[in-house]
Design a protein around this ligand. Structure first.
Ligand code: F7E
Length: 323
């Protein structure tokens, strides 16, 4: 009998962790998910995976715990998706963000070295590395210019992943993923804040949404499409880094247009208030990625367009609130 491939995923309860676990189960992997111990379980995105995957306790700030997760799962593939991933919060907790998001990747790489078996490692890099974009659209060779403590921490994680690849001949890849969203996105991120807010307004449960900067533009894709790109990068013979994006950028205003249209509201001015609390000390004005290398070498392309993404999120929040 053929043995199943085993994958270890950090950040299992997050949006990406849960979508990747869904994909790998479909591909007949044995999946191990790392979660932090907490008195209240945070398995909103993963309750459907209970009994199908093995949850392990571990923390990116505790290298021994990562080593034990490796020992207990003996994985062929490790996906490091855990992070303090909220850019806005990274100005409030820059040290903790650097520790988890930056040094966390180093701890996992060191744990893998200590563990000693040859395996493949995926690092969740991000379009936030490009920050103040020096080339639009950005590709793998575009210089980085992060604009937040989060972006700087991710830059360290990106380079240490590459450095360990070159220093120790490890199979390490970084996926430079542009914004990707889904019905499972956390409520603090702007897309879900809007889809949830619009759903509440349409059901008469709220009368406005408070937001920060409405003019920034992002290249928004659908998370289930993007976890497939992660997996494809890990199936290559040689490790390499890839930009994953849609190639199109839309502003927060355009996101609002489509989200409100979904519930029959054409002019949303009276429903949106701008609140300085949600403005950032340094903003990333626009992000747009060129995914042609991923298309050519991985055969990957985004499958979900912007309007479908937004309307899926709004519909899901309406159904959730009705329930
Ligand atoms: O902000 C603006 C905000 O927090 C998007 C993470 O997954 O993608 C994500 O980072 C834009 C920014 O995502 C509000 O100023 C306006 O310009 O949804 P976000 P993000 O910062 O792009 C990258 C690729 C990652 O790697 C990150 O981990 O929306 N904005 N008003 C707002 N943003 C929030 N959160 N809340 C507002 O009220």
């Amino acid at each position: 009998m053929k043995t199943k491939k085993r994958a270890l995923i950090t950040g299992i309860n997050g949006m990406d962790g849960s979508h990747l676990a869904d994909l790998l189960i479909e591909k007949d992997y044995e999946v191990f998910g790392v979660e932090r111990r907490s008195s209240v379980k945070n398995r909103k995105n993963t309750s459907h995976l209970e009994g199908k995957i093995t949850f392990l306790t571990g923390d990116l700030t505790d290298q021994n715990s990562l080593f034990r997760c490796l020992k207990n799962s003996n994985p062929h593939e490790v996906y490091n998706l855990a992070a303090q991933s909220f850019v806005g919060e990274s100005w409030n907790t820059p040290e903790q963000t650097s520790d988890v998001t930056g040094l966390g990747a180093l701890r996992m790489l060191e744990a893998i070295r200590e563990y000693g078996r040859r395996l493949k490692f995926y690092q969740a890099s991000t379009s936030e590395l490009y920050g103040r974009m020096v080339e639009n659209p950005a590709k793998e060779t575009t210089p980085f210019y992060p604009r937040s403590p989060y972006g700087v921490a991710k830059l360290y994680a990106h380079w240490i992943t590459k450095n360990y690849r070159e220093s120790y001949d490890m199979f390490n890849v970084s996926g430079i993923l542009f914004n990707h969203e889904s019905e499972r996105r956390g409520l603090e991120f702007v897309t879900r804040k809007i889809s949830n807010g619009v759903a509440k307004i349409s059901l008469g449960l709220s009368d406005h949404i408070s937001l920060g900067n409405l003019d920034s533009k992002r290249d928004w894709g659908y998370a289930p499409d993007y976890v497939e790109a992660m997996w494809l990068m890990m199936q290559q013979d040689n490790p390499d880094d890839f930009v994953i994006a849609t190639g199109e950028a839309y502003s927060i205003r355009e996101f609002l247009d489509v989200a409100f249209e979904c519930v029959g509201i054409n002019n949303w001015n009276q429903y949106v208030r701008q609140d300085p609390r949600f403005m950032r000390p340094a903003e990333v004005d626009v992000l747009r990625g060129d995914y042609s290398k991923a298309k050519k070498e991985l055969g990957w392309e985004p499958r979900t367009d912007f309007k479908t993404l937004v309307s899926n999120m709004v519909k899901s929040d309406i159904n959730f609130l009705k329930e």
